[in-house]
Design a protein around this ligand. Structure first.
Ligand SMILES: [Cu+2]
Length: 238
C-alpha cells in the first residue's frame, strides 16, 4: 500500500509540479483630472480617487477592509474591493450614523447604529455602489467592486500601481465618480502583461460633463433638517 502511494505521488509530481512559477509584473501609470470645479482638484491638483483595474483571471477574495465614519465623513471616500470582500463600517463618531445604498451596485441598509460600534456587508457582485448616510445628507462615498484582484486607486499625485500582475492579456478599465460613463468606456484598452514592468501612457479624465445629482434619503424622500449636534461638535463640522 505504501509503495503504491509512493509510486502515485512520484508520478503525480511529474505531471503537476508543486511549485508553479507565475511571472508577475507591476502595471503603473498616472491620471490627470481636467475641467474640474472641485477645489481640491482645481486649486490643489489632487488627482486621487480614480479606480483602475485589470480584467483577467485571478483568485477569489475573502478579505475584510474598512470604511470608517469619523467627523461625519466616510473614509476613504473612494474604496475599491474585489468581489467577495467584506467591508466593515465602524462608527468612530460620538453620534449615530446609518450607512445605506439604494440606487446602484448593491442595495443595503445598515440601520441606525451607535458610536463605537461597527456593522459589515459583503459585496458579492461587481458594480459601483454609492453610499450615503440616512441622517447626514453631506456624507457620501463610493465602493467600486471589481471582479479581479488586480486593481488600484490613484494617489493625490495621480500615480497608481497594480503589483504582482501575472503574464497575459487583460482589459484595463477606469472609474472616476465625476466622469461620464462614455468617457470612462473610451479609456478602456487591452494590455499585454509580460515579465517586465508596464508603464501605461498618461490617462486624462475630463469632468466637463459632470452634473451633481442631489440624493434622497433611504426612503426616497428629501432629508429632514440635520439633528442638533452642537453639544458633541461645539466648533461645528458640516
Ligand atoms: Cu451620518
Amino acid at each position: 500500500m505504501i509503495c503504491l502511494w509512493r509510486i502515485c505521488f512520484r508520478a503525480c509530481a511529474l505531471v503537476f509540479p508543486t511549485a508553479v512559477s507565475v511571472i508577475a509584473a507591476t502595471v503603473s501609470g498616472h491620471v490627470i483630472l481636467k475641467d474640474s470645479k472641485a477645489p481640491k482638484v482645481q486649486k490643489h491638483g489632487n488627482y486621487s480617487g480614480v479606480v483602475v483595474w485589470l480584467e483577467m483571471p485571478g483568485g477569489k477574495a475573502s478579505a475584510h477592509v474598512k470604511m470608517v465614519q469619523k467627523d461625519k465623513t466616510f473614509s476613504p471616500h473612494i474604496l475599491a474591493v474585489q468581489v467577495g470582500t467584506t467591508v466593515d463600517f465602524p462608527n468612530l463618531d460620538p453620534i449615530f450614523h446609518n450607512a445605506f445604498s439604494n440606487f446602484s451596485g448593491q442595495l443595503f441598509d445598515l440601520s441606525l447604529y451607535p458610536p463605537g460600534t461597527s456593522r459589515s456587508i459583503r459585496f458579492q457582485r461587481e458594480g459601483v455602489v454609492r453610499i450615503f448616510c440616512n441622517i447626514h445628507a453631506s456624507m457620501s462615498a463610493v465602493i467600486v467592486v471589481v471582479n479581479t484582484p488586480y486593481f488600484a486607486v490613484s494617489k493625490e499625485n495621480g500615480e497608481f500601481a497594480i503589483p504582482n500582475v501575472p503574464e497575459g492579456s487583460a482589459l484595463f478599465r477606469v472609474f472616476y465618480e465625476r466622469a461620464e460613463p462614455e468617457a470612462l468606456r473610451a479609456l478602456e484598452r487591452r494590455v499585454m502583461i509580460t515579465q517586465d514592468p508596464l508603464v501605461l501612457p498618461d490617462i486624462s479624465i475630463s469632468e466637463s460633463g459632470y452634473l451633481p445629482v442631489p440624493h434622497k434619503n433611504k426612503y426616497g424622500k428629501d432629508y429632514r433638517p440635520a439633528p442638533d449636534e452642537s453639544a458633541v461638535y461645539p466648533g461645528g463640522l458640516k
